[in-house]
Design a protein around this ligand. Sequence first.
Ligand SMILES: [Zn+2]
Ligand SMILES: [Zn+2]
Length: 553
Amino acid sequence: MANKKDKLICLDCHHNFTISDDEKKMYQKIDIELPTLCFFCRVKLHLSFWLFGKFRKGVSDLSGKSLITILPENARYPIYTLKEWHSDKWDAMDYGVDYDPSHSFFKQLQILQEKIPRPHQSASNNTNCEWSDDVWNSKNCYLSRSLEKCEDLLYSYRNLKVKNSIDVVLCFNSERCFDCSNCDHSYKLFYSTNSRNCIDSYFLFDCRNCQNCFMSWNLRNKSFCIENKQYTRKEYFEKLKKYDLASYSTIQKLKNLFNEIVKEKVIHRENFNYRVYNSVGNFLMNTKDCYNCYVFSEGEDVYNQVRGINNKSCIDASACWYSEFCGNSSCCLNGYNLKYCLSSSARNSEYLDLCIECDNCFGCVGLKKKKYCILNKQYSKKDYEILRNNIISNMKKIGEYGKFLPYSMSIGPFNFSNSFQYFSDTKKDDILNLGGYWQDIDETQIEGMLVNELPDSINEINESICTQALICQESGWRFNISKDELLFYKQNNIPLPRLHFDIRINKKLKHLSVLRSYPSNCFYCHKKIDAYYPPEWGYKKIACEKCFKQYLT
Ligand SMILES: [Zn+2]
Ligand SMILES: [Zn+2]
């Protein structure tokens, strides 16, 4: 039977969108209101609450202690150090207020939110990782985010068990890598993408188990290849000598060549799914009955999920982990029956922000282990239920109930949120019109050196560069080269970067942030496929799963 769809108009972008019968069933199953925004505007709103930020120094609003944070300057809320935030030096219940039925609930929740401190960093069990965020069980990581069990990492993002590397994004179990994304189990791999078990190689795309390969693609179990051509060991190293890898202009030329190869010669899989059953989306692993999900693993019966692990029966639960029966929520962990919640671990609750281990709470911020609270005030079970129902019916009258928190409650500027990575063409005015925030950073007052004045080769650089701020040629932001970093570049023959590290990370996310498929035909058998590559990328050879395997080199 055909899946009937309702046609609706998105309140934010005014485009038409549909809700399928299956989605409707899921909304009913977890008992939440039908969305008023299209899928893209839902994700855009949800991820705007997850800050990517820009590292800065600041002080605790409680103790005046210095701290390093990605939270914005002049934040709408106090910032405490993580330790202070978890201490008994303050109590979120002290900020509790009565509900005022004559005013918007969202307004009251926002006024409360602006009084409650937020911790300066998300982290635990790290050594020397002050200049990092969302970092766990790691050591000596610097200006990096979203790391677990990493060591000696610089300017990196979303990595697990990576050591001694720079500029790596979405990499696992790797060491001594530079400028790689979506690579794993690799050692001394440089300028590479979508590769695994590779050693001592440069410019690889979709290679497996390769050693000493250069500018190659779709290779399996090879050594001494250049542009997919087999050489002897001796020939390979002789050929390699002709490339001056220490030179910035050489690397730029090779990068341009690599980009052309990726467009013209690489065979691209229709998707990056692995061990999926009855599931639709991209970068899925071990999922069953999941629909329209992206970068999601270990899930069952999940709809419209972007980023997450281990969810069951959820819909529109962006960046939620280990959750069940959750809907229209963002950045929640260990949630059960959560609706319209942000950054919380709770059960049977709605409209929470930054709450830990709460149950049956409604519209609260920063609470720990509470039950039957509304606007951070304690009620009896009976009074809680009466007031909650009263608020919901008032919210329904003014069209608030069922919507996620508004942009005005975002933690920071949209252009420094994870959402901007997915919706990078969003304009400042559009976000301001939606009530959100934007920050233009002008660092022209900080003295710096223009990167085009740098010598071309790393061999011509000495330690004096480490005392000098460089000016990013794209953003104008200032950045420094640390001594450890310079040593890594010298040891590995890598020219100095010309862009600010956060700009470099964002560039590598392009192929990981596509949230829709494009109907296409397999390059080889012409079978209809859903590929996750926008046509403007110009990829020529997109193959169905069967042909992809068959035509590998
Ligand atoms: Zn929309
Ligand atoms: Zn095919």
